[in-house]
Every structure is written in structure tokens, then in C-alpha cells.
Design a protein around this ligand. Sequence first.
Ligand code: CAA
Length: 403
Amino acid sequence: MDFNLTSDQRAVWQWARDFADKEIAPKVEENDQKAQFDFDLMKKIADNGFFAAILPEEYGGQAMDHISYALMTEEIARVDSSTRTLFSVQISLVEKPIMEWGSEAQKKHYLPKLASGEMIGCFGLTEPNAGSDAGNQQTRAVKDGDHYVLNGQKTWISNGTIAHVAIIIAQTDPSKGHKGMCAFLVDTDTKGFTSQKMGNKLGLKSSDTAELFLDNVRVPESAMLGKPGEGFKVAMYCLDQGRFSVACGGVGVMQACIDVSTEYAMEREAFGQKIGEFQMVQSMIADMAVDCECGRLLVLRAAHKKDQGVRNTRETSMAKLFCADAANRAAYNAVQVFGGYGFSEEYPVARIYRDARVLSLYEGTSQIHRIIVSHDELGLRAANGPGMPNNPIDRYSNPADLD
Ligand code: CAA
């Protein structure tokens, strides 16, 4: 087992770090205060090749591995969780599912444009009455000749108003439960498709969050992603990718908490000394550092599994659960280190604290991830597929060495 990065991975990490500090950081506070989505910043991200990160070169990608992708995502999140959400959705919830489930025609049509940022994508699963209970889709897709007609509503959709294409999960036959669900690639300029921005959020204020409305939206059969009845599996695949990216985001948030807290603790004085010299402040910083390192290792392990091409629902859920909750602990403690100033929007910790909260809500609440992990431990493996080894020695072995 080698814990060292390759020189390519190091270079990508440094490149993303420099970009985040130079291009994202100067605009974060203003975008947050005005609750505005930054189109100029999105263009810079696209022009610098971020959206092309992990796609194969034949589709306009840079063919990076998941470890590099994780490190890039961490760096963006260290500076801004809203920008990280844009990036995560584009790559993990849209590009990767098209790469995995798309027909060759779909890949050729969408992937180069998504990689260059000419197109932005979103993922439409959640509905007003189907959040954690993702199988309870009310959006309907009815076959009409060689087309499907979609009707329904989606909510809490990141990138929803800016997207050119949406992955829409819909039910074709409620009597079949999750086996009646289908996934579609819907161009957002299709007649009957509208979106509406959702405001009044606790955090992620400069992220684009929307409701989607589908009113007799007609799409050809060729718009289906995967086969009829595979919609739930496509959705779960999307989430296995998206959750990984959220976990990377949590690591970035923890690193940000450490950075701002250590700087402040070595500046601010109380009782005649730097507050960083007090053991109770040191204790909070130590907890952040341990959590951050644990989270990063969980993320990198999930990334390694993804690069091996083996099922990683368990590793991804563990990383998402831990990083989301630990980022919230870190943000709480960062505010604590700042004391009263932490309660003011004049310092970045208030925004970091607000933005961290969604990490344990979107893409599976922490409770959902405890279900996924515990079902795996208990041998109730519906969520992880049969044949996943429960023996830790097997888990840390190369799949090629296992029977
Ligand atoms: N990969 C592939 N297949 C999977 C899978 C996975 N990760 N998880 C489950 N499946 C398969 C199972 O193997 C099973 O297949 P069979 O019927 O062939 O055996 C099938 O799917 C049903 O599995 P379950 O019985 O486990 O399904 P369930 O109904 O009990 O639900 C759940 C499982 C884990 C609770 C799931 O519903 C879930 O993850 N819910 C949370 C949804 C969520 O995260 N929503 C947030 C979306 S965020 C968003 O949309 C906003 C945004 O823009 C960021």
C-alpha cells in the first residue's frame, strides 16, 4: 500500500489549489452576500479545463484518475462550497452517468460539450414527496409511439436554472415499483420544460438551486439513459458518484476550518497571550485536524476503488457520512475559536458554517448513509450488491487476487 501521490496527482492538486486561491477566493464573499450565481467564474472554470477532468480524451476529457478529481474537488470546496457544488454536479451527477450508462450517440453528443462547459447539466431525482424515499417517484413517463411524454416536478435541483440538459428520473409503471423507473436525458429547451430558482436558503447562497417542471415534455426513446426499468439503478449510480464528490467537499471545508482557525488563533490575544496557546483552543484544532485527515483518507480510498472499477457504494457512503458530519463539527469549532467574531458575516467562518450544513442533507442524509453502511455490515446487502466481501482483509486486497 502506497500512501504517496504520484507527481501527476501532486501537480493537479497544486494547480487546483492555485486556481481556487487566485480565481475563486476573491469573489466568494460578494457572491454569497448577493446570493448570485457567478457566470464569469463558471466560464473560467470551464476554460481552465476543470469540467474535462475525468472524462476520456476521446470525449474531450483529460482522463485524470479519481484521486486527482478528489483533490481538485477538495481545493474548490476549501474556498467555496457553492462553486464546488456546480463542479460536483457537472462531473459526478451528469458526465459520469452518461459515460457509464449512455449510448455511443449520447456520449458523442453530450460529453464533449459538458467537458468544455458549453453545456451544463443537472440531475433531477428529488421531488416534493420523494427525498430520502427516492423510489417513490411521482414524475410519470408515458410511452407514446416512439416517444415518451414526461409530467412531474423536481425540487432542490442544483444547477437547475442554468442547465442545458437534465437527467430526469421518472416512473413508467408504478405497479413495478423501482423496476418501473426510467432515466432520460432531457434538453432543457424542450417544450414544456421550465425551471424556477429556489431562494431563501440557509447556505450555498451562490449555488443555483431550482425546481423543475415537466408539462407534457416529449422526448424520443433515444433520450433514455440505460434501458427501460433501469432508472433506479441509474439514479443510485449517479448518487454513488455525487456522494463521493460531496465527501471531497467535506474535506475541503474541514481544511478551510483548520486554515482560518489556526491563523486567527495565532493572531488573537486574550489574557495576555495568543489564544492558540490555550489548550482548549488547541484541543478544538486537533479535533479538526484528525477529522480532516480521516476524511481525506476515506475519500482517497473510495477514489482508489473507483479507479479499480469495482463497486464502491460502501466506501463512498462511509466517506460521505463521515466527511459531512465531521465538516459540520469542524465548522462549529471554527466559529467557537473565533468567539463572538465567528458570529459575524465579516469573517469567512460564518459562511463556512452555513454552507457546511447541507453536506449532511443532500445526496443522502447522514441517516440514509447509516442505513447503507449498517445494511452492508449486517449482510442485508440490497444496497451494495451481492458478493461484496465482509472480510476486511479482502476489502483491502486487489480484486484481481480474490476468487
Ligand atoms: N448502485 C446500484 N444499484 C443499487 C444501489 C447502488 N448504489 N443501491 C441500490 N441498488 C439497487 C439494489 O441492488 C436493488 O436492486 P434489485 O431490485 O435488482 O435487487 C434496488 O436498487 C433497490 O434497492 P433497495 O431495496 O436498497 O432500495 P430502497 O428503496 O430501500 O432505497 C435507499 C435505498 C438507499 C434508501 C435509496 O432510496 C436512497 O439512496 N435514498 C436517498 C436518495 C438521495 O440521496 N436523494 C438525494 C438526491 S440529491 C439531489 O438530487 C440534489 C442535487 O442536485 C445535488
